[in-house]
Design a protein. Structure first.
Length: 307
C-alpha cells in the first residue's frame, strides 16, 4: 500500500521556472563575416575607382565581332575535345576492365603516356606532324598503299588542335569512366543477370545510371578544365579567345581591359557549364535522394515567400 506522498502528483513548475531556449551565439563568425564584407567592399571600390582597369575600353571590346568569333571557335574546340575525348575514354575504360591482358596493357600505356606529356607539347606535336610524316598512306598493312594524302591537307590546324585536346582528354576521361563503372556494386549486375536481362540492357538500365552519379561531377570538372585549356591553342595561331585578346592588346596597348574581357567571358562560359552540371547531377540523383536539392529558381521563390 502506497503512502499519500507517493500517490500525490508532483507539483507543476512555475512559469518563471520553465526552461528557456537561448540561441547559440557565434561572435567569431560575425567578426569573420564583417572582415570579409570589408574586403569585398575594398575590392569593389578598387574595381570602380582604379583607372588602370579602363572600363570604357572593356565595354567597347567585350562584344566586338572578333571577340565573339573567337568565343565561337573556343566553344567548337571544347565540344570537339569533349565528345571525342569521352568517346575515346569510354573505349579505353572498357579495355582497362576487360579480361584480356593485351587490351588492359594498351589502355594503361595510353593513359600513362598522355597523362604524362603536357598538353602544350601534344598540341605542338600534332601541329608539326608534317615534319615527321610528309604524307599518310592508306592500303594493306605492311603491303602496297593505294591512296596517299599530304599531312598538311589532311590535318589542318583546327583538326590538329582538336586531336590534341581530344587525345589528351581521353586519357583523363578513361580513368573517370572506369571509376564510375567500378563504383557500381557487382551484386547489381548479378541480380540483373539472374532476372534474365540481356547484357546490353544491363549496361544501359542498371550499370550506366548508377555509374553516372560518380562520373558526372568529375567529368564536369574536366569539361571546365578543357574549356580553359583551349587557351593553350594560341601556340598554333588559332584565333580562339585568348589568342584574339592577345592580338588586340598587342596592337592597342590596352593590356588590362583586354585581359578583363577574356576573364569575363571565361567566367560566363564556366558559369553556364556549372548550371548544366547541377541539372545533370540532379537528374541522376533522383533514385538516391528522397528530396532533390532545390534549383536556384526554387530558392529565389522560397526566399521571396519568406520575405
Amino acid at each position: 500500500m502506497t503512502s499519500d506522498l507517493e500517490a500525490r502528483p508532483a507539483p507543476a513548475a512555475a512559469p518563471e521556472e520553465a526552461l528557456k531556449i537561448v540561441p547559440a551565439r557565434h561572435p567569431l563568425t560575425w567578426i569573420a563575416a564583417a572582415v570579409v564584407a570589408v574586403l569585398i567592399a575594398m575590392a569593389g571600390h578598387a574595381l570602380v575607382t582604379n583607372k588602370a582597369f579602363d572600363w570604357p575600353t572593356f565595354t567597347r571590346f567585350v562584344i566586338q565581332k572578333s571577340i565573339l568569333e573567337a568565343i565561337a571557335l573556343t566553344l567548337e574546340l571544347t565540344l570537339f575535345g569533349v565528345v571525342a575525348g569521352f568517346l575515346l575514354g569510354t573505349v579505353l575504360a572498357l579495355l582497362r576492365i576487360s579480361r584480356n591482358p593485351l587490351l588492359r596493357a594498351v589502355s594503361w600505356t595510353y593513359t600513362w603516356i598522355f597523362r604524362s606529356v603536357p598538353l602544350i607539347l601534344q598540341l605542338l606535336f600534332w601541329y608539326n606532324l608534317a615534319i615527321l610524316y610528309n604524307e599518310i598512306s592508306f592500303g594493306i598493312p605492311f603491303g602496297p598503299s593505294f591512296v596517299s594524302v599530304g599531312t598538311m591537307s589532311l590535318i589542318p590546324p583546327f583538326l590538329a588542335a582538336g586531336l590534341g585536346l581530344a587525345l589528351h582528354q581521353g586519357a583523363y576521361a578513361a580513368e573517370i569512366v572506369r571509376a564510375g563503372f567500378l563504383s557500381v556494386d557487382a551484386g547489381q549486375r548479378e541480380a540483373a543477370a539472374a532476372l534474365g536481362i540481356p547484357a546490353g540492357r544491363q549496361f544501359r538500365r542498371v550499370v550506366l545510371p548508377q555509374a553516372m552519379r560518380t562520373i558526372v561531377p568529375t567529368a564536369a570538372n574536366e569539361i571546365v578544365g578543357l574549356l580553359k585549356a583551349t587557351s593553350q591553342v594560341y601556340v598554333m595561331a588559332l584565333p580562339e579567345l585568348f589568342y584574339q585578346v592577345q592580338v588586340i592588346y598587342t596592337r592597342s596597348g590596352r593590356v588590362i581591359p583586354l585581359l578583363l574581357v577574356a576573364t569575363a567571358w571565361y567566367l560566363a562560359l564556366t558559369t553556364v557549364l556549372s548550371i548544366a552540371q547541377f541539372s545533370v547531377e540532379r537528374h541522376f540523383g533522383r533514385g538516391t535522394q528522397r528530396t532533390l536539392p532545390p534549383t536556384p529558381l526554387q530558392r529565389l521563390r522560397a526566399a521571396w515567400r519568406r520575405g
